[in-house]
Every structure is written in structure tokens, then in C-alpha cells.
Write a protein that binds this ligand. Structure first.
Ligand SMILES: [Zn+2]
Length: 374
């Protein structure tokens, strides 16, 4: 990870570069963001820059022995702490047990969130944590002599997931830091971190990525049109992960959009056979997906109602959805929008209450035949 890999955030990069060049490096720093803004890659690029023996004005050299080890995230003085799911049978209880997954994960992407990581390690439904056992590991690592680096780095991703025992050990370390050790913490929910850790760390706020920076990155990386790039940047709210998500509908949403279209078309045409077929298909999905579909329908109804006002800053649809809205939006108006939302919410409630799904979706289609013509 280099500074050049991070989209926007020029002011923060400059601050970190200055800190390294002047040798004024606080031993505990807390980078806070709301997600997808680049706090983790910034911390990693900063760590690399701090230890590069041939620093340029704007970035690390990429060739010195330190940089080469950073390329593999395998520098002996670079330690990672991150949430994991303990699997006792597989002897996975501390972060280092997951290094074989963690390093390729980092190499494969610049931006990620906790869900991406949990998916990469097949976490299932278990709650990710930084377990109390990790505190012994941290103490052990920091009590070793520094091998070769100018700064030993302890990079803690999501300290809000620290087990209290671990947080208290960390606090002691922050109070009496070992020499030349820099603790970089990257948090998305800093309010959940032990107050005493917060107050003893230098806080760096990473704001959402500037719209222009996202537009530029979408143009160069995805080759979409300037209009689409601006639209995507608006949808993202400065979160790079959301921008990427907005470019392509997820497969699930694409499927839901098709189901929504056929449900609406059948109801408009009073095609009972079609209504029944769509209801059967929806009934074959699991309950969670049925609920997901119904809440997606409510989102589309809202967006199609707003679409009529031709105020793009109020609209949150991606390209395939907006394409459908050109023809569909005239059917959603002030005479039926509340009833449409009510019917969809009612169907969602019935699904939650385990009412027969075929009946719920067929009944919904019948209601729609009336409402859609209002
Ligand atoms: Zn270097």
C-alpha cells in the first residue's frame, strides 16, 4: 500500500508525510472514519513510509529492503491485530493464526470492510472479536527487541472489537510505550473504544472521500461516462465501497429488479397466470430473501415517486434501476404511493409472521392491479 493508491485525502496524506519527515510521530494514533474513506490503507501507507529508508517527497520508494518486506506484509516489525472468529478445532485463536488468509486479503484490495473480511475467512454467523488471548500476543511481540525497523508498528484494525481484557492491556502499553513503537488504530466506531485509550491517542479524522476524487477514480478505473461517474459519486456519499457497489448492481439486486418488473407488469396487465408464477418463484426463496425483496420494492417505489420531481440530488438509484424508472415512474403518484408502500410493508410483516408466502405474494399482486391504475 502506497499513498498513491489512496483516492483523495490529500490533506491527510500531507500531514502524515510531514509527521514522518519531521520525526514527530505520536506513539498512539487513532484514525477514525465512517467506512470506505481509506483510513486503513492510509495507516498502512504511513507505516511503510515511516520505515522506508529512501523516502520520496510524496511516497515510499518501493525498492529498499523495508519496502520489499512491506510488499508482502511480512516485515518482522509490522504487527497486525484485527477481529477474528476463533475456531478452536482448527487451532485458530489469535490473529497470527489467520495470517495465511490476512496477507493475501490485504494484497488483493485497497478498500474493504468487516463483512468482506468475514466472508474471506468463512466466519458464518459468529461474532468477530479481538479476543482476550490476543493481549498476551501483543505484550509478547512488543517486549521483543526491534529487529531492523526504525519504527515498530502495531496496526490495530477496528479496536472497537477489542475484548475488555485486551483493551486494558493495550491501555497500559499506550501509557508506557516501548521505545520506537507506533500504535496505529483504525476505527469505524471510535465511541465504542475505551475512553482512556481515546484520550491518550492522537485522533485523526478521515472525512468521506471528496466527490471529485471519486468521479476521477471512477472515470479512470471503470471507464464509465462522466454523467454516470457523477451519479455514482453522489450515491456513494464519499464511501469508495459504496461507489463500486453502485456501479454494478449486485447479482441479488439485479434478480430482485427483474422480479419487481415482472410483478408490476403482470399486475398492470391483470395477467393472473403470470402473477401466480411470480408468486410461486418468490415463495421458493428463503424467508430472509423474501423480506429483502419486499424492502427493495419499497425502496424502488420511493425512488420512482421522487424521480418525478427530476431532482437528481434526491434520487438514489443506479443505472439499471433508473433506466426502468423512465417508463415506470409515471405509475407512482400521490394518489397511490402511500397505499403501495402500505401493501408492501404489510406483505413484509406477513412474511415475518410466517404466513404462507405463495398467498402473501399472490395477494400482493392482486392489490397492485388496483393501485397501479390509480
Ligand atoms: Zn522504501
Amino acid at each position: 500500500m502506497y499513498f498513491k493508491d489512496i483516492i483523495g485525502q490529500e490533506d491527510v496524506k500531507q500531514k502524515l508525510i510531514e509527521s514522518a519527515c519531521k520525526g514527530i510521530v505520536p506513539h498512539a494514533q487513532l484514525l477514525c472514519e465512517t467506512g470506505g474513506a481509506g483510513a486503513f490503507p492510509l495507516a498502512l501507507a504511513y507505516a511503510r513510509y515511516l520505515n522506508c529508508t529512501n523516502r520520496g517527497d510524496a511516497d515510499a520508494c518501493g525498492r529498499c529492503p523495508s519496502c520489499v518486506k512491506y510488499n508482502e506484509y511480512a516485515h518482522p516489525d509490522l504487527h497486525f491485530v484485527y477481529p477474528i472468529v476463533a475456531k478452536k478445532d482448527k487451532k485458530k485463536e489469535v490473529c497470527d493464526d489467520y495470517l495465511a488468509e490476512w496477507r493475501p486479503f490485504l494484497r488483493s484490495r485497497t478498500y474493504f470492510n468487516l463483512d468482506n473480511w468475514l466472508e474471506a475467512i468463512d466466519a458464518g454467523n459468529s461474532q468477530p472479536l479481538i479476543y482476550s488471548k490476543e493481549s498476551d500476543e501483543i505484550v509478547r511481540k512488543l517486549s521483543l527487541r526491534i529487529y531492523e525497523a526504525e519504527y515498530r508498528i502495531l496496526l490495530i484494525w477496528l479496536p472497537e472489537k477489542l475484548h475488555p481484557t485486551c483493551a486494558n492491556k493495550l491501555l497500559k502499553i499506550i501509557e508506557e510505550p516501548p521505545q520506537n513503537t507506533v500504535i496505529l488504530m483504525v476505527s469505524e466506531q471510535p465511541d465504542l473504544i475505551l475512553g482512556t485509550i481515546q484520550s491518550r491517542s492522537q485522533r485523526i479524522t478521515i472525512r468521506p472521500i471528496a466527490q471529485e476524487a471519486i468521479v476521477a477514480s471512477m472515470l479512470s478505473q471503470y471507464g464509465i461516462s462522466p454523467d454516470d461517474a457523477r451519479h455514482v459519486a453522489h450515491l456513494s456519499g464519499g464511501n469508495y465501497l459504496k461507489a463500486v457497489e453502485a456501479i454494478s448492481l449486485g447479482e441479488e439486486k439485479e434478480y430482485f429488479l427483474e422480479l419487481f418488473k415482472s410483478m408490476m407488469r403482470n399486475s398492470w396487465a391483470r395477467n393472473v397466470k403470470g402473477m401466480k408464477a411470480t408468486a410461486d418463484e418468490l415463495a421458493s426463496l428463503g424467508r430472509e430473501r423474501q423480506k429483502g425483496f419486499l424492502s427493495y420494492c419499497q425502496h424502488l417505489i420511493r425512488e420512482n415517486f421522487v424521480y418525478r420531481f427530476q431532482a437528481p440530488e434526491l434520487n438514489y438509484m443506479n443505472a439499471p434501476e433508473a433506466g426502468f424508472s423512465v417508463k415506470f415512474s409515471p405509475f407512482v403518484n400521490e394518489r397511490n404511493v402511500f397505499d403501495l408502500m402500505d401493501e408492501l410493508a404489510k406483505a413484509e410483516l406477513h412474511i415475518t409472521q410466517n404466513v404462507n408466502a405463495k398467498m402473501v405474494f399472490f395477494d400482493l399482486s392482486l392489490q397492485l392491479t388496483v393501485l397501479i391504475k390509480k
